[in-house]
Write a protein that binds this ligand. Structure first.
Ligand code: C5P
Length: 243
């Protein structure tokens, strides 16, 4: 794991629909120690109010909308998200250098104008739901691992702060690209999850060992009988491991 002082180790995925659920979850978890991930489901249902609900409880928001569009459109979307005061956001490396650079510049410029911190930008390389055959369907025949490395390198060279990667990819990315960027890792499990749709999973400590900086966890925290205790247990485990 790269040394990043004060950087949160855990993002809790708020894959819910209502603001009542958001407020309930945020009020029970240690707001200062985690970030809350707002994805497409919640944002489509509630819009910026979801972000504000987190912020008004003192929490930080990771806006996971995975922007991918022409550079100008992404630039404007990143500027608006920065105005909202999000802690970080996601976008697709496949958008290319111009889109990535426009996003970074918009984040910097808007943060400066608003007097807020520059949000972290994380790039998705190849979505972890895609394998060689689904890539071939869309005309990409380069080996998956080569594409992931290529896109991660492009994102980093374009000023993006980090990448989203499976625990398996984290090992490969750290080895090939070194410590100069952040890795956010979903697909974390603390025990067997019934009917799991995540294909490549790892335990929290395995993910950190693989080079991850920020773990994304949703159902395996929120679906436990006591999410607050589960979060505290995971944080203790992570802090212990990374100290
Ligand atoms: O419930 P679970 O821990 O599987 O939630 C993982 C979260 O991370 C979900 O919000 C999911 O959309 C997101 N995610 C993922 N795999 C990726 C990128 C994001 O699971 N490659």
């Amino acid at each position: 794991m790269a040394e990043k002082k004060g950087f949160p180790l855990l993002a809790v995925a708020l894959d819910v629909t209502s603001l009542t659920e958001v407020r309930e979850i945020v009020s029970r978890l240690p707001v200062g120690e985690v970030v809350f991930k707002v994805g497409k489901q919640l944002f489509v249902a509630q819009g910026p109010e979801a972000v504000r609900a987190i912020q008004s409880a003192g929490g930080r928001c990771l806006l996971d909308l995975k922007f991918y569009d022409i550079p100008h459109t992404v630039e404007m979307a990143v500027a608006e998200a920065t105005r909202l005061g999000v802690w970080g956001m996601t976008l697709h490396a496949l958008g290319g250098r111009r889109m990535l650079e426009a996003a970074k510049e918009a984040a910097r410029k808007t943060a400066r104008e608003k007097g807020v911190s520059v949000p972290y930008l994380f790039a998705v390389t190849i979505p972890t739901s895609m394998d060689a055959s689904t890539l071939k369907e869309v005309g990409i025949t380069t080996p998956l691992e080569v594409s992931v490395l290529h896109l991660a390198d492009l994102a980093i060279r374009s000023g993006i702060d980090g990448v989203v990667a499976s625990p398996l990819e984290a090992t490969i990315l750290r080895k090939a690209l070194g410590p100069r960027f952040l890795i956010m890792t979903p697909g974390i499990r603390i025990s067997e999850y019934p009917g799991d749709d995540q294909r490549r999973v790892a335990s929290p400590t395995k993910a950190l060992d693989a080079g991850a900086d920020l773990l994304v966890m949703g159902r395996s925290i929120l679906n436990t009988p006591n999410p607050e205790q589960t979060t505290r247990d995971i944080l203790a485990l992570l802090k212990n491991f990374s100290s």
